[in-house]
Design a protein. Structure first.
Length: 274
């Protein structure tokens, strides 16, 4: 019987098709509008980190930070490296949001992307590097119904939209396709929408929302983050009742000009069911 060693000595991987492996990262933060009015409820905006491509293909189009996986690194390591190199932003924890493998997603050839979501508490300054000619935070909003979604992007005087529609479901998954020519490179509109829908679903049950906040926060701050992600406004009393399962008082009070002191809370450590 042939041994594994003998088998491997006769195995030639170059004899088989090998698609390239890439990674793309959807980096979110929530930014507060600049204001000196000391409003009680300053507006919160969900923002996403994009780069402007400095090389072909899709030169001068906006895209997610990302790139090819090197032979000496894992896919998550490649994702974190690409964000740092292309934007100067230091990503923290990554959450996988899907594998994107449409046959024609990249004009250079058969390239499969492993997509990740990353949440930052603050909008670190973005500085373009490697093959990016520009990098920055775009305020982003989603208008969805049962069949389509329009994603709007705004950064200073740059504004554009992408429309997507549901396409045929495969392997039990709902897919989306871009309508017309996209101002974004590759299939990055589909990656962003997939990431956001996962983010919104988890936020309904208080998932991910603590990642946007400091370790201590007021209930009003927590509520504004959830409302920013879900797009739904809750009555304060109802929100407090639901949040009580997930938070606990710290005994500290908030301060700041123009605001009455409020109790500070922290995320409650969830104990495993016995």
């Amino acid at each position: 019987m042939e041994s594994e060693k003998t088998y491997l000595e006769g195995y030639h991987i170059e004899s088989y098709d090998r698609p390239s492996v890439a990674t793309d990262v959807v980096v979110y933060t929530i930014r507060q509008d600049d204001s000196d009015s000391f409003r009680k409820d300053p507006q919160k905006k969900l923002s996403i980190l994009l780069i402007e491509r400095g090389e072909h293909p899709f030169k001068n189009k906006w895209a997610l930070p990302g790139g090819f996986v090197r032979m000496d690194e894992t896919v998550p390591e490649a994702a974190m490296r690409e964000v740092r190199e292309e934007t100067g932003v230091n990503p923290t924890a990554l959450v996988c949001n899907g594998v994107f493998s449409n046959l024609n997603r990249d004009p250079r050839g058969r390239i499969i992307s492993n997509a990740f979501t990353c949440i930052l508490k603050n909008d670190e300054k973005a500085t373009a590097g490697t093959d990016a000619s520009n990098a920055g935070w775009f305020d982003i909003s989603f208008a969805t119904d049962n069949d389509c979604c329009v994603i709007s992007f705004t950064k200073d005087d740059i504004t554009f939209e992408v429309k997507l529609t549901k396409s045929e479901s495969t392997a039990g998954m709902t897919n989306y396709s871009t309508v017309g020519e996209s101002p974004l490179a590759f299939d990055h509109a589909e990656i962003i929408l997939t990431s956001f829908l996962q983010l919104r679903e988890r936020a309904e049950s208080f998932g991910y929302i603590f990642d946007f906040l400091p370790s201590e926060f007021t209930l009003a701050e927590l509520q504004r983050v959830q409302e920013t992600l879900t797009g739904r406004v809750s009555a304060a009393a109802n929100f407090r009742r639901k949040a009580s399962e997930y938070v606990e008082e710290t005994g500290n009070m908030s301060g700041g000009a123009g605001h009455r002191p409020a109790m500070l809370y922290r995320k409650k450590v969830q104990k495993d069911a016995e």
